[in-house]
Design a protein around this ligand. Sequence first.
Ligand code: URA
Length: 436
Amino acid sequence: MNIIEIIEKKKNGFELTDKEINFFIGGCTTGKIANYQISALLMAICINGMTNTEIFSMTKHMASSGICLKWSGIDGIIADKHSSGGVGDKTTPIVVSVVTACGVKMVKMSGKGLGFTGGTIDKLSAITNFRTDYNTDEINNIVNNIGAYMGGQTHDLAPADKKLYCIRDVTGTVNSIPLIASSIMSKKIASGANILVLDVKAGGGAFMKNANEAQKLAELMVNIGNAAGIKTCAVVTDMSEPLGCAVGNALEIKEIIDILKGKSKDKRLYNICVILSAYILILSKKAADFDDAYHIAEKALKSGQAFRQFYNIVQAQGGDVRLLEDISLFPRAKFIGEIISEKNGYVQNIDCESIGKISLLSGAGRIRAEDVIDYSSGVVLHKKCGDSVLKGEVIAEYHTNRMECVDEIKSGIAGAYHIGKEKPENIPLVYKTIMK
Ligand code: URA
């Protein structure tokens, strides 16, 4: 078999066989196929697409390119969740705390953030001493003791995806439904969970800019998961404005603590967390139907059980729990300032990608993988879409240690807000649920 023939075949629109896909993924993992040949095949896939048979085959071979975790040391079923990522998306620590407080076990492995969307691991690392790098024996112990673990993906999990993702990132081949689906699902299959809820984001702050494309991706991932023996469902949710009010690591952890303590300011973030938790409860048979599941998840939040479970997780993973009791102990940026509205009206739209980029500029993210994050920096949105605003009122707040960036940060946040005269129509929170 030869990679040039495989590239030609896909370029001419033909279906690749399982053997050819296995050859390609094997060659990516061992380094026998050159990066320029990988790029050529990725571009041919982007342009000509893949059949479901090809996508299933690609996912299977990517999953088995490294270790496939098995949680045989943990009693009972293991649940997992995945979000396709977006600005201010802090649902994971909340959902994990809620569902594990309700008796479901979860091992949640996340990647670090790169670019304008933050990663869960970076957010959790804003809690002093919180460790995300336990080995499998230690994870087994933690989950057997408290029912939950949140950590980073190990290097040996789906290494073929790591290689492909790096090349896609710099060859304009990220945005392809077959490539996104196989990338996400290969890691989920290798992570060893029995149950999976996918939160597929649609909108300006997400990979999928519209709900129809997001739905296609969601359907495909649900089919891949179920075919691999993982009970999978997906919720297509809105990402046209940042999720919640805080964007930036310590700021987002403070918002998570507020939600877990019942002091939520953002109804959409609260609702999305309850909805995702409810679907995990349904798949793990802890609830009879959606209403029952929603009620159980809400009770865990309102009773303080979910907060206590978050406390247990932070303690079990070495984090300083004093921060959870007193949020003033989190690091504070040197330069904090307000953005003031210059007119009366309603917030029509907040450009998600701009807020993500401003948060990055303030120090909250990485442009290169080796960049060091400043946990205290970011943006707090005081006004969200549909809110009324008066001239002179505070719409947002910036936090940074980079004095030289303050002017750019201020004008960037102000430019991301679109304020108009009429109250805009409500944007749906959930576009579609896919459960088979
Ligand atoms: N997240 C992934 O892990 N892979 C993609 O291709 C896109 C988002």
